[in-house]
Ligand binder design. Sequence first.
Ligand SMILES: NC(=O)C1=CN([C@@H]2O[C@H](COP(=O)(O)OP(=O)(O)OC[C@H]3O[C@@H](n4cnc5c(N)ncnc54)[C@H](O)[C@@H]3O)[C@@H](O)[C@H]2O)[C@@H](O)CC1
Ligand SMILES: [K+]
Length: 516
Amino acid sequence: MRAATAAEMREIDRIAINDYGIPGVVLMENAGVSVVRMLESKWELLAERKFCILAGKGNNGGDGYVIARHLSNQGAKVKVFLLGEKAAVSGDAQINLDIIDKMGIDTIEISNERDWDKVRVAVTFSDCLIDALLGTGFRGEVSGDMARLIDIINAAGKPVVAVDIPSGVGADTGRVCSKAVQASYTVTFGLPKPGLFLYPGAEYTGELTVADIGIPTAVIAGQDIKQNIIMADAVRAVIPRRSPAAHKGMSGRVLVVAGSRGLSGAAAMAAEGALRAGAGLVTLAAPGSLQDVLAMKLTEVMTKPLAEIEAGSINREAVADIIRLSAGNDVLAIGPGVGREEETAAAVRETITTAECPIVIDADALNALAGNTKLLNECAALPVLTPHPGEMARLTGLSTESVNADRIAIARQAAAEWGSIVVVKGASTVVAFPDGEVYINTTGNAGMATGGTGDVLTGIIAGLIAQGLSSHDAAVAGVYIHGLAGDVAAQAGRIGMVATDLLKAVPAAMYGISSY
Ligand SMILES: NC(=O)C1=CN([C@@H]2O[C@H](COP(=O)(O)OP(=O)(O)OC[C@H]3O[C@@H](n4cnc5c(N)ncnc54)[C@H](O)[C@@H]3O)[C@@H](O)[C@H]2O)[C@@H](O)CC1
Ligand SMILES: [K+]
């Protein structure tokens, strides 16, 4: 499913209105009605229920007046508050404000303390609050009266329905800089907005409905929208299936280069991740001194010893061995637990630029690329990078906060600059491609915030590539499957969930998507 930025949505509305001649007021009518339909689906009988509609001066408020009219027609009790002056309301919103005025639905302009008292009383005695304060026209920060009103809404403990987007959430980024309306439900119009899925915005969205407001499908289809939400259907379409006569040699071979002294677990989990994603044969190449411990940990994975430095991480002599091994494999995953010794980093860089097969690059292999990202353009195949925000910060020279503040833009720019697929991990993982295409993941949960889950993801993506998926499909499907495995594992509780729980849940997650 595609997700439109505020500017893209404005352009879609503009084309529908100007080129197709659909009056804006019709779109607004459909938007308002779609919210009432959602309410009907929750409550059936809206008559006698009390609604408090909090409207802003723009078209988001206009949707609110449409909602007021339809709720009133159904016999509901409706109070409307406008944060601003009626004289400041214009266009389609003004048309709808005039209509409810004529209907005798009182709209109170919040201007003095007595008005604020009225707001508090109305909110307290309402069954449901409608947030029609700020939509895609929100700019800058929430402050002053807007902040005060949002505090009242959030403190009320009532069901809150956000119109288009919870007020205060940045439509494009999910940014919430001071505060935002905590919605129970959000009804968004035309296409969903990325900010409804990106954290922290995603936490404010509640249950999401995407409403058709009558924009011709050709208008939406005709837009070059590059944000996507990863959906189960798309993942199902690429999940590997096997011939009944399959043998292990047919499900692909993965070479994992990982591990160093004290970091054997990361190596083991990446290798197992590849197996759990269905790879037929997985070889883990690691410093020779780890052989015994890895052999103890791993049953199904083959291990190969590599030359190492005294610190227990691979040295430059290992590169030739890795390249030789990689020639017999379909994909190379490199990085989990390889360590940060300079010689090791040099070996990693040499490997990445020499290997002929597709590569998944994670963890310390990413750190080895900090300041050397131009090397990524030398990779034989489009590499997949899986940084967490901290690694992404190191690679880009930005702060972790800046990376998280606009994950889409940062990931997109990096993917283009580095000629790579960039998977920025974290709540709402973002996958970006060099052509600007971006996918936002919605599976997963906070239980996954524990050591080793990233190593599992590296293995899953590599395992999918080995089975014939393009790096593009493997990255997109991989993050979805990984998150879903987290959701499956979380059924036994989020707290205390560990990365190996995720490994065990990968087959069930894939079965849940494809019934295979
Ligand atoms: N034809 C259209 O464009 C349609 C628009 N629709 C609705 O219209 C919304 C967009 O309407 P608008 O573009 O008028 O914008 P909004 O109504 O989202 O917000 C604009 C208003 O908010 C104020 N504002 C912006 N940032 C603020 C801040 N930080 N603090 C306080 N006030 C702030 C602006 O001064 C302006 O008065 C959509 O989200 C959707 O709900 C729907 O009715 C469907 C059709
Ligand atoms: K809103």
